[in-house]
Design a protein around this ligand. Structure first.
Ligand code: GN1
Ligand code: MG
Length: 353
């Protein structure tokens, strides 16, 4: 850990610093000091070329929430001794600091439907509380982040310009993803459908981005790097992508990848608990599509990265991104196989709320 960063926040250089979390993009540490406990994060400058936009968004959202929902818990950025929201450590990137919320815990995998429900309520609550905030005022910290047609074009470019050996090896996965381009067409239709609204969307709704209390109740959402205007299918879809299966995208034993319908129900219920009066009928009909959208996009992104030489996602062994793509394709196929049953569950929840 860089002493300059610690001293910018007024920490002594011998303060206790422990690595924390499992994200693929940023690095995170817990700092325990005489002043209290904090979360320090290094923002990946390769991915976020303008980290100050993130700080700006967090300030805007924090300000809106504290004036409209003063009771809500929101981890605000701790300022440096000079009053700045981030430390620019030159080639070492940018750092920001949050207070650690006492008695909070994070979990890496959803192990009960209750946890999925609580997380979905938190993400739904976040968009709900911000439904009066003009979403377009937020900066696009990652322009075109969930732009599926663009991800699909990048995939097709990789088929032309990628590593020939890898393109050969990935033949079956390529064929499957190409056969599913109807998911892109449906997204293009959504873009023209006035029933779909651009809302304040989190864009990274994995369960480790929710703080829980020790009784298992959700406290708040964290990691606002990708909070931007977007569609609700991004948030709900990424919850399906990351909570439905008992194993993560890292799993190479395909037999362990499953779609657990009771988790699907819990996510729909938790999200609608907050969003039922906010979502339009067109949006409410798109829960199952949301899952296909996010699973397909993530499979495209992992496979594109594999085909072009693992430039984006950290790859820890040969073929790591291939395995991740195969994992997500498998989950997408199992999700599609259950789509009618999942649609029926979503409808059942809708009428019961
Ligand atoms: C990245 O860093 P992490 O794990 O929160 C990625 C997400 C992907 C995810 C897949 C900025 O998120 O979009 O879904 O990996 N974030 C960015 O694990 O690209
Ligand atoms: Mg993240």
């Amino acid at each position: 850990m860089n002493d300059l960063v610690l001293s910018a926040y007024g920490f002594p250089s011998d303060v206790s610093v422990t690595p924390h979390g499992t994200g693929l993009i940023n690095r995170t540490w817990i700092i325990r000091s005489g002043k209290g406990t904090y979360i320090l994060q290094q923002v990946n400058n390769q991915v976020f070329s303008r980290p100050s936009l993130i700080a700006d968004n967090i300030e805007m959202v924090g300000h809106y929430l504290s004036s409209h929902y003063p009771e809500t818990i929101f981890p605000k950025l701790v300022r440096t001794a000079k009053g700045e929201t981030m430390v620019d450590a030159g080639s070492n990137g940018h750092y920001r600091l949050y207070p650690f919320i006492e008695n909070s815990v994070t979990i890496d995998v959803a192990n009960t439907p209750d946890q999925a429900f609580e997380a979905a309520r938190q993400f739904g609550g976040f968009t709900h509380m911000l439904s009066g905030f003009p979403a377009e005022r937020l900066h696009e910290t990652l322009p075109h982040f969930h732009d599926l047609p663009l991800r699909y074009r990048a995939f097709n470019q990789a088929l032309e310009k990628g590593l020939p050996e890898r393109i050969r090896k990935a033949g079956q996965l390529i064929e499957f993803l190409s056969s599913q381009s109807g998911i892109v067409t449906e997204y293009q239709r959504i873009l023209t459908d006035t029933g779909f609204k651009r809302r304040v969307t989190h864009h990274d709704t994995k369960i480790s981005n929710v703080l829980f209390d020790k009784q298992g109740k959700g406290i708040c959402v964290i990691d606002l790097d990708t909070v931007m205007p977007g569609y609700f299918i991004s948030d709900v879809g990424d919850m399906f992508r990351t909570y439905l299966s008992p194993v993560t995208e890292e799993e190479s034993d395909l037999s362990r990848i499953q779609v657990r319908p009771e988790y699907f129900e819990a996510i729909v219920q938790g999200y609608l608990d907050e969003m039922v009066d906010v979502l339009t009928p067109a949006e409410k009909a798109a829960f199952v599509y949301a899952g296909e959208f996010m699973l397909y996009m993530q499979a495209l992104r992992f496979l594109t990265d594999y085909l072009t030489g693992d430039k984006y996602y950290t790859s820890r062994y040969e073929g790591h991104n291939y395995i991740r793509a195969l994992n997500q394709i498998t989950l997408l196929q199992r999700f599609q196989a259950q789509a009618p049953a999942l649609q029926a569950i979503a409808q059942k929840v809708m009428v019961s709320i």
